[in-house]
Ligand binder design. Structure first.
Ligand code: P6P
Length: 346
């Protein structure tokens, strides 16, 4: 054996680190080169490509015609659609065409599932995604995100309604998000811990930055839109009164779910988007917003709940079903739930 040091030994950990891309990390996680592992590795690589395309578009949006602002249409949610929503939605479709991986896509921006014919039925995966979450932040250059979840297609979906997607969050194969901030980070889990990648623009690659993230048992942050205070049911109001009266809590809320959740994931605390008296199901969509984030919270040692039920147990009634969302540190989620439980016992 030559005693000439290897490149890795010569260049040290930086070369090793720069070689741990998304696709390689998936194979490391699955510890096999079997076909399904190769498929998931390729799938994650394409999600990374989508993120890079969106990050590039965002970085230049202020300089391009028709990149910001509204399209004038409304989506299935009844929300005004922004130019970036349309662009990002198409990016995810385009990166999976001719991939043989994903047959169906379910997006916040599309009322019905989108089928990529050349990938069906060979592609047994379905991508569920919110292409740009936090669109209200776009025109003021604040952080936005993309949220994604992958499920295995079950059955042949002969009616084209993707009814097999209407299952609880435990059925997710992988889930994650991209946070477009001062740097672009991608956080994902295959069910074997939560891992964080940072986009290195000089390489055009997401490089592993942190593995096996753990949410602190408790954190000082509570993240909620207190402008809805008088719309909430009593348990939520009692929780807010509690944190107002007790030292050690601080409010942080950006109006963009991914950034608010990312803070909680790294620093602890709790994010809440509760239901209101008029809309008890809340605002956030289960299949492509809160179930993926709930999956990550659980994988990082945290919790996700509706306030009265574990979020990952919730079965959606339809593709764009919503659910109240409480997620973060175990102690803080339990504190919120205790006010719901107290209310039920009265
Ligand atoms: P509100 C953005 O529209 C979004 O879906 C999430 O990103 C965010 O957490 C929430 O809505 C903000 O809603 O009612 O507080 O403006």
């Amino acid at each position: 054996m030559s005693n000439v040091p290897t490149a890795a030994q010569t260049l040290g950990p930086s070369l090793q680190r720069d070689c741990i891309t998304l696709s390689r990390h998936v194979l490391d996680q699955l510890q096999t080169f079997a076909p399904e592992a190769q498929d998931l590795s390729a799938l994650m690589s394409r999600i990374g490509l989508a993120a890079k395309l969106i990050a590039r578009h965002l970085s230049r949006a202020g300089l391009m015609e028709n990149a910001l602002g509204f399209t004038g249409s409304t989506n299935v949610q009844g929300e005004a659609v922004k130019q970036m929503d349309v662009y990002a939605n198409q990016v995810f479709i385009s990166v999976f065409e001719r991939s043989g991986l994903v047959c169906r896509l379910a997006s916040e921006e599309m009322e019905q599932p989108y089928y990529i014919p050349e990938n069906c039925p060979i592609g047994r995966y379905t991508l569920l995604y919110d292409p740009v979450d936090g669109s209200s932040n776009l025109d003021v250059n604040l952080n936005v995100g993309s949220i994604f979840s992958v499920r295995r297609q079950q059955g042949d979906d002969l009616d084209g309604q993707a009814q097999d997607l209407l299952q609880n969050g435990h059925q997710q194969l992988l889930a994650g998000y991209v946070l477009y901030g001062p740097s672009t980070v991608l956080v994902y889990s295959l069910g074997r811990g939560v891992h964080l990648f940072t986009l290195d623009p000089s390489l055009g690659e997401f490089i592993l930055a942190a593995e096996n993230l753990r949410i602190p048992e408790h954190g000082p942050v509570y993240s909620v839109n207190e402008g809805n205070f008088w719309q909430w049911e009593d348990p939520v109001r009692e929780y807010i009164r509690y944190v107002h009266r007790h030292e050690g809590y601080t409010a942080r809320y950006s109006g963009a779910l991914v950034g608010d959740f990312h803070r909680i994931l790294l620093e602890g605390g709790v994010f809440l988007y509760p239901g209101t008296k008029k809309k008890p199901e809340g605002k956030l969509r289960l299949l492509y917003e809160t179930a993926p984030l709930g999956f990550l919270a659980a994988q990082a040692g945290g919790r996700a709940s509706t306030g009265t039920q574990d979020l990952l147990d919730v079965v959606p009634s339809h593709l764009h079903a919503r659910a109240p969302f409480v997620a973060g540190s175990p102690e803080d989620v339990a504190l919120v739930e205790s006010f719901y439980a107290e209310s039920c016992s009265l």
